[in-house]
Ligand binder design. Structure first.
Ligand code: T46
Length: 179
């Protein structure tokens, strides 16, 4: 498994190193000690799955508010997504910067998302399934979000007219004094 830091401080891309033979391959996709050696948390509390019927579905941009901020590992077990992380940590050198990575069942990539960084994605294929592991539990009252299309972030999404939940379509604009 290799780790590459993204332009968002503390967010890392984990890639497998397949060991192939005539049957196919085997690969390590998560190692607590390897993450710890990079100062990252590998011990997860919960895992979830998000199934998305149609290409163009957009979920995000979500995070959990203090004191329940969450560390998240995201990968794709079916299909392909355009995965976006957005730094909302005011003290971060990458504050208000966003970064996108294509995650797919074929590339087996995992994104490590630190506390304070919002997450979202848009599916690039029908029937795309996203697998999450979180180091902190889900707390409904602390589930927050910012607008996918807020000019304060100017995130480039691949497909127009996304399929959105009512909630994701109705977040307020990011307060300009914060920007
Ligand atoms: C996240 C979550 C949701 N739920 C319930 C709440 C709703 O009744 C239902 C759907 O929730 P929501 O519309 O918030 O699901 P998504 O829009 O996929 O939210 C997720 O999408 C973005 C991209 C993420 O990074 C997070 O994993 C998460 O916020 O599942 C739970 O019971 N447990 C949970 O951990």
């Amino acid at each position: 498994m290799t780790l590459t830091e993204t332009p968002i401080a503390g967010a890392w891309l984990l890639e497998i190193q397949p060991i192939s033979d005539e049957r196919g391959f085997f690969a390590r996709s998560l190692c607590v000690d390897t993450l710890a050696a990079h100062g990252l948390e590998g011990r997860m509390q919960q895992q979830s799955v998000s199934f998305n019927q149609r290409r163009g579905t957009l979920r995000g941009m979500h995070y959990q508010s203090a004191p329940h901020e969450e560390i998240k590992l995201v990968r794709v077990t079916q299909g392909r997504i355009y995965d976006v992380i957005l730094d909302l940590r005011r003290d971060s050198p990458s504050y208000l910067r966003w970064h996108a990575v294509e995650l797919s069942a074929d590339n087996h990539r995992t994104l490590y998302i630190p506390k304070g960084v919002a997450h979202g994605f848009q599916t690039l294929e029908d029937h795309s399934e996203v697998f999450y592991q979180m180091a902190q539990a889900y707390v409904p009252g602390h589930s927050c979000g910012v607008r996918w299309d807020d000019p304060a972030f100017a995130i480039d999404w691949p497909l127009a007219a996304p399929i959105l939940s009512e909630r994701d379509a109705s977040y307020p604009s990011y307060p300009s004094e914060s920007a």
